[in-house]
Design a protein around this ligand. Structure first.
Ligand code: NAP
Length: 541
């Protein structure tokens, strides 16, 4: 590489200081690369910095939703609960940043406004909100999967005289809901976590629901010392199992995330029922791996949906409220399954009211609250939990200009085109982690970033050895991967609901499957094969 000594040129700029950005910094430093992270927040954490609403936490078990790259770290860090809460995750990432001396290379409060590829110098020029700039050889887009909030498409916000809160940028100070009439709009995973906690504090809580979601109990609780001992006695072995599983975690105690290799259709009704009961008990997201065909076979999918409906009904006292909370209009698992702690039971409280807006929508906010049709719901606080422009949103909102000034937003106008989620043609030396085309979202994102980070480290070592300055994905490789992703997704049921996987939750967004559905092991086989064969599908300069 050249220009190593030029003062204003660094080797690698990383955008984002969440799980992804921190690992990339740590890993790339090991190659001797001068790496800096630019983060718009004022602390590390990414998702776990911004989404600090009451009840926020992960739906992947804490012992597995954590870095595996350092044995001492994973042995010494003590998780409190089966699923980590937001404060615990933020503290963990702060600990990692301190432990590996990462903070000295992270610039906080730095919003990237735009970036352009300087073809003649083979550098990226990055411009920040404060007018400052940096030049770098590689830029890593570590902006997160679910980090660009959906724009609020509801009018009258400026008329409302109460407090407005967004779950995706929750204030750092304590928000006290005591004695207040609170409204929340949205009933996805975020709201499902927040509603039970806020209901306990608020005078009243009004939930505005456009589409009900399916939710399974999370069965959270303090981690038992014996359980932790068992995992830590062979942490490496468990990590291996994770890396060979479909979702990237195995749910150590229950083994419930290990994929059932059978099709539901080949089982008897009794066998299917037994499998679902087992997964209901184990909790959370384990239904995704209960049978192979649930996202392909409408009849089998409907049977699982019916199982959920029965379970949901049993948790709600008022049958009319249960009717509203039970989803009927789309296949289960196509909107991301929620995992809850007392979500449905919360509607049994006297201070909680469910407002069905499936036909009216929200008309607007008015001075005293939220208007639906002719009715005004008087509120002190309105919380928006409207979801995200997922997977591509955070990257395309940045004015990224590659070769010939083409923007990433334009290049991906019909949906993201990537070479195995790693790079995209026309944008040399722009590296994506946990982005479109990767397995993340269907695979543990923490392990995915380690895998992708290590893959990039190997590729950069290859460039260092061979004196290459730049690398770019080929059109053919992007097309092949994008076609493969589409082929896998085409026969699934994801097209039959509005969901963030295919972008249909965002009006006007191209509807394509944004993530690789073929499973991590097949992803790993493909990408390690590419590296081992000298990187076909990548042009080096
Ligand atoms: P989401 O699942 O997309 O839910 C957004 C909610 O807002 C939906 O109920 C949606 O209704 C509603 N909505 C959007 N625009 C609306 C409008 N104009 N009027 C009324 N309602 C509107 O978003 P999320 O809850 O933030 O979750 C997103 C993803 O983040 C999850 O699927 C999950 O992957 C991740 N997440 C994970 C955790 C965890 O691990 N514990 C926690 C939170 C989030 P419609 O369905 O009708 O569009």
């Amino acid at each position: 590489m050249t220009d190593q000594t030029a003062q204003n040129v660094i080797d690698v700029a990383v955008i984002g200081a969440g799980f992804s950005g921190l690992y990339i910094l740590h890993r790339f430093r090991q190659l001797g690369l001068r790496t800096e992270v630019y983060e718009r927040g004022h602390g590390v954490g990414g998702t776990w910095y911004w989404n600090r609403y009451p009840g926020a936490g992960s739906d992947i078990e804490s012992l597995e939703y954590s870095y595996a790259f350092d044995e001492n770290l994973q042995q010494e860090w003590e998780w409190k609960e089966r699923y980590a809460s937001q404060p615990e995750l933020e503290a963990y990432l702060q600990h990692v940043a301190e432990r590996f001396d990462l903070l000295r290379d992270i610039r906080f409060g730095m919003q990237v406004e735009g970036m352009r590829w300087l073809e003649d110098r083979k550098l990226w020029q990055i411009a920040f909100h404060d007018g400052s700039e940096v030049l770098c050889r590689f830029c890593v887009v570590a902006t997160g999967l679910l980090s660009a909030p959906k724009h609020v498409d509801i009018t009258g916000l400026e008329d409302f005289s109460g407090r407005i809160l967004h779950t995706s940028s929750w204030p750092h100070e304590e928000i006290d809901f005591s004695g207040r009439a609170v409204g929340i709009i949205g009933t996805g995973s975020t709201a499902v976590q927040a509603i039970p906690v806020i209901a306990k504090q608020a005078k009243t809580l009004t939930v505005f629901q456009r589409t009900p979601n399916f939710s399974a109990p999370r069965n959270n609780g303090p981690l038992q010392p014996d359980y932790v001992r068992r995992v830590k006695s062979d942490y490496r072995g468990w990590r291996q199992k994770q890396m060979n599983s479909f979702g990237g975690y195995v749910s150590v105690d229950f083994h419930a995330m290990e994929p059932n290799p059978n099709n539901a259709r080949d089982m008897t009704p009794e066998q299917r029922r037994a499998e679902y009961e087992f997964r209901w008990k184990s909790g959370g997201l384990s239904f995704y791996t209960s049978f192979k065909d649930l996202l392909f076979d409408p009849e089998m999918n409907e049977e699982l949906a019916e199982f959920f409906r029965e379970k949901i009904r049993a948790r709600i006292n008022d049958p009319a409220v249960a009717d509203l909370l039970i989803p009927r209009s789309y296949p289960i698992l196509t909107k991301r399954l929620c995992a809850d702690s007392n979500y449905y039971e919360t509607y049994n409280r006297d201070n909680v009211k469910l407002v069905d807006i499936s036909t009216t929508g929200i008309s607007r906010l008015v001075a005293s609250g939220v208007q639906t049709g002719d009715t005004v719901h008087h509120l002190d606080d309105v919380i928006f939990a409207l979801g995200f422009d997922a997977v591509t949103g955070a990257a395309v909102r940045i004015d990224i200009r590659g070769r010939d000034g083409v923007t990433l937003a334009d290049a991906w106008r019909d949906g993201p085109h990537t070479n195995a989620g790693l790079m995209t043609h026309g944008f040399p030396n722009l590296l994506f982690v946990n982005g479109p085309g990767s397995c993340t979202g269907f695979f543990n994102p923490v392990l995915n970033v380690q895998y992708q980070g290590d893959w990039f480290a190997d590729m950069i070592s290859h460039m260092q050895k061979n004196g290459f300055e730049a690398v770019e994905s080929t059109v053919a490789a992007d097309d092949a991967w994008t076609g493969k992703m589409a082929d896998i997704a085409r026969p699934t049921l994801f097209w039959n609901s509005s969901n963030w996987y295919v972008g249909s939750n965002i009006p006007g967004k191209p509807q394509v499957m944004q993530l690789y559905l073929g499973g991590f092991t097949s992803y790993r086989d493909h990408t390690t094969g590419v590296a081992a064969s000298g990187y076909p599908g990548f042009d080096f300069m």
